[in-house]
Design a protein around this ligand. Structure first.
Ligand code: SF4
Length: 273
């Protein structure tokens, strides 16, 4: 892993920013390495057909918290993190609140807390002012969990309402800068579970330097979020589609070569600033 450093004066010079938080999970075990304190932020522009949290879509609602408030709360659980745990920011789409995450992660790194960014990459652009912020964010992010919703941009658009060009560009940026990542892919019958697409995705991931991709995960689609759509009176577009069978999950794992990545190297957080 690249040894990254950032000036703590950046964090000190900024005004406190408010983040819009959907919910907090204090003992997350699947959102990054180790046990993690996970802040699920509010807001997402995408509309993934399988999204099980449509209640996170709306911007600028939810609990308002500062970075200091989150870190103070998270610190209560620090004893459980061991060498690999820490904090994760998820969503919704976390990058829609990039100013807030930047503030949070810069302060977390100054406290020697491991930082993990869970993102689908939709807001990524090399245009300013976003790109400068993103570059700074990567300097204080230990690892990113990146969802690739679909490798084919047209099908990505059908599935999420957005193409994937900028998302793949974000992954290329991370690869070029040796920013560690896990890649995750939701397997949905009749949407993403086609061998041709999975092979294409597997080939794409295989071209990313393997000191960057720490893990590749297939996440089977589930129907736990359907009730929320009914409650929110939003049309559910995957009505009647069941979770993939174990055989199809195993097939996807084979085509994405997940075994080549799991446990590739022992993950350790960045050093203290
Ligand atoms: S990116 Fe995540 S939060 Fe946004 S619609 Fe897709 S699954 Fe839901």
């Amino acid at each position: 892993m690249e040894n990254k450093q950032v000036s703590t004066t950046q964090a000190a010079a900024k005004e406190p920013l408010i983040g819009y938080v959907h919910s907090i999970e204090t003992f997350g075990s699947v959102d990054g390495p180790g046990i993690r304190y996970v802040a699920f932020l509010q807001g997402c522009h995408m509309r993934c057909q399988y999204c099980h949290n449509p209640d996170t879509w709306k911007l600028n609602v939810g609990d308002q918290m500062t970075a200091d408030e989150i870190l103070e709360d998270a610190a209560k659980y620090r004893a459980f993190w061991g060498k690999t745990g820490g904090i994760t920011v998820s969503g919704g789409e976390s990058l829609v609140q990039i100013d807030f995450i930047l503030d949070l992660f810069e302060k977390a790194k100054a406290m020697n807390i491991s930082t993990c960014l869970d993102t689908s990459g939709q807001p990524f652009t090399r245009e300013q002012p976003f790109f400068d912020k993103f570059e700074r964010l990567m300097k204080v992010t230990d690892i990113s969990l990146v969802d690739i919703k679909h490798i084919d941009s047209a099908k990505h658009k059908q599935l999420t309402q957005y193409g994937n060009e900028n998302i793949l560009d974000m992954i290329q940026y991370m690869a070029q800068h040796h920013d560690d990542m896990w890649i995750r892919h939701v397997l949905v019958p009749q949407r993403t579970d086609y061998d041709e697409d999975l092979k294409k995705l597997g080939d794409y991931i295989a071209k990313i330097p393997n000191d960057v991709v720490q893990k590749v995960e297939v996440l089977p689609y589930h129907t736990l979020g359907v009730k929320k759509y009914h409650e929110m009176k939003i049309k559910y577009r995957l009505e009647g589609i069941e979770s993939p069978t174990q055989d199809r999950v195993a097939n996807a794992e084979k085509l994405l070569h997940t075994a080549d990545y799991n446990g590739y190297k022992t993950w350790m957080p960045l050093p203290k600033l």
